[in-house]
Design a protein around this ligand. Structure first.
Ligand code: FCB
Length: 474
């Protein structure tokens, strides 16, 4: 396969790479870091593939200089990483861990010295365990995202981070993919905290949005430069025009997208939520004033996109309606695309990316500028005897999806930049170390980093893009 040409993005469009703390840092109990729900979850037998944990991960905590050098070699404009909340506040609130603060100080300063703009995600799923299970004898059911107190603790943490790093961070992302925190974590139970609590997931979803709103206030008060949120919105299709499939599509739109986009960008809860949640939607956890708080204007929306989803109507899995999990909305996913799949089993359909972006633009007049905060593919990479990693599938994936972004821009969507997921192979949550998303290969025994062919391709794309931008400016 010969490498595809470079998709053309408009002059000034920015390129970056992304990671997240628990997936790369390791040093899980070093320098005062407290445990997070992902430490607990990954250490619970049977929760992750092969019992993998983030104890060491890519050992980025000790190797961040080498990783910043890799970013510099890549030529990116920006780097998106997340701060580990329990590294800054080991108990979630209260005492601040100076060594934790210092670590991100060094990272940010090294990035700036390399000419790379830092974009910080405050919450990439690693809730301090102390907030999940309060030590005052509280049970899990009384903590975490089930309670509003956690949203208030998040605001405190946002304040600590903004106060310390606000002068140097270009872009702040409050939450990463709250869909996963709420529904994969509290209904499906595939992610930490591994709960299957039906209605509890809806409460968690709401408190995550409240946390976002409170953090935006803190960030604004601290003079943060750009503030936004990252969502994994889905481009959904119905399997057929049958009324039951169209109804399934409506319910899936609520679950996957509108739970977030309606309060954030339209100041209301989703129109079809009653039909979707079967009467579970409303509760005292929703307070007057919440919609105003959640819907405060943002500087950007971060969009993570990997694959489209097609849905069909399906019987509910559980008989007791009170136990119907919030994700059990009578919908099943199918894959009618007939395209190649990545090793995650995700179909590769770049045109769906354009449709998602143009659809958002058409639907929400208040949509802020968009940054693609994650996009990439997991492939069966291996080091070859020539010491390289040949990953033409990933290059093809990235080229196709960047061209899809370019199409959305041509169609009028204000997309400002793109962060590839991921800089490094890393801990892929419940999938452990089985899925490699990096532009850089990581040998998990030696922790040696080897740039893959896609790293060199991406560098070439950035160089070509910059030359064109400079030409246009002349
Ligand atoms: C997203 C997560 C990210 C990574 C990619 C593959 O859902 O935000 O951490 O795991 O998927």
């Amino acid at each position: 396969m010969s490498a595809p040409g470079f998709p053309q993005l408009p002059p000034g469009f920015r390129f970056g790479a992304a990671t997240a703390a628990y997936q790369i840092e390791g040093a899980h109990d070093e320098d005062g870091r407290g445990p997070s729900i992902w430490d607990t979850f990954s250490h619970t037998p049977g929760r992750t593939l092969g019992g993998a944990t983030g104890d060491t991960a890519c050992d980025h905590y000790h190797r961040h200089r080498e990783d910043v050098a890799l970013l510099r070699g890549l030529g990116v404009d920006g780097y998106r990483f997340s701060i580990s909340w329990p590294r800054l506040l080991p108990q979630g609130t209260g005492a601040v861990n100076r060594k934790g603060l210092d670590f991100y100080d060094r990272l940010i300063d090294d990035l700036l010295a390399a000419g790379i703009a830092p974009a910080v995600t405050l919450y990439h799923w690693d809730l301090p365990q102390a907030l999940e299970t309060p030590s005052n004898g509280g049970s899990a059911a009384a903590g975490g995202w089930r309670v509003r107190r956690t949203a208030e603790a998040f605001a405190e943490y946002a304040n600590v981070a903004a106060d310390r790093y606000g002068d140097r961070v270009e872009r702040w992302i409050t939450l990463n993919e709250p869909f996963c925190s709420a529904f994969v974590g509290h209904a499906e139970g595939r992610h930490a905290p591994g709960a299957r609590e039906g209605r509890g997931a809806l409460v968690a979803a709401h408190h995550l949005l409240v946390a976002h709103g409170l953090a935006v206030r803190e960030l604004r008060a601290a003079g943060a430069r750009e503030v936004g949120i990252t969502l994994n919105l889905d481009r959904l299709h119905a399997a057929s025009d049958r009324p039951e499939d169209l109804a399934a599509l409506r319910r899936a739109e609520v679950l996957h997208n509108e739970v977030w986009t309606e309060p954030l960008f339209a100041g209301r809860y989703p129109e079809h939520e009653a039909e979707t949640w079967q009467g579970l939607a409303d509760g005292p956890w929703r307070r007057p004033g919440d919609l105003e708080l959640i819907g405060a204007p943002l500087d950007f929306l971060g969009v993570n996109f990997y694959r489209p989803v097609t849905v069909t109507a399906a019987p509910h899995r559980q008989e007791d309606p009170a136990l119907r999990t919030a994700v059990d909305i009578g919908v099943a996913e199918t894959d009618p695309y007939g395209t190649r799949q990545t090793t995650m089993g995700w179909p590769v359909v770049p045109s769906a990316f354009t449709e998602l972006l143009t659809g958002l633009h058409a639907r929400y007049p208040r949509l802020p500028p968009v940054w693609i905060t994650e996009n990439g593919s997991a492939e069966a990479d291996s080091l070859t005897p020539d010491g390289r990693v040949h990953d033409p599938e990933r290059i093809d994936y990235l080229a196709g999806h960047l061209a899809a972004v370019a199409d959305a821009v041509t169609a009028g969507v204000d997309v400002r930049g793109y962060y590839v997921w991921s800089l490094l192979d890393n801990f892929e949550w419940a999938r452990g170390y089985d899925q490699r998303f990096g532009l850089v290969h990581v040998d998990y025994h030696t922790l040696t980093r080897t740039p893959k062919d896609s790293y060199h391709w991406y560098r070439g794309l950035i160089t070509a893009h910059r030359a064109r931008t400079e030409e246009t400016a002349r």
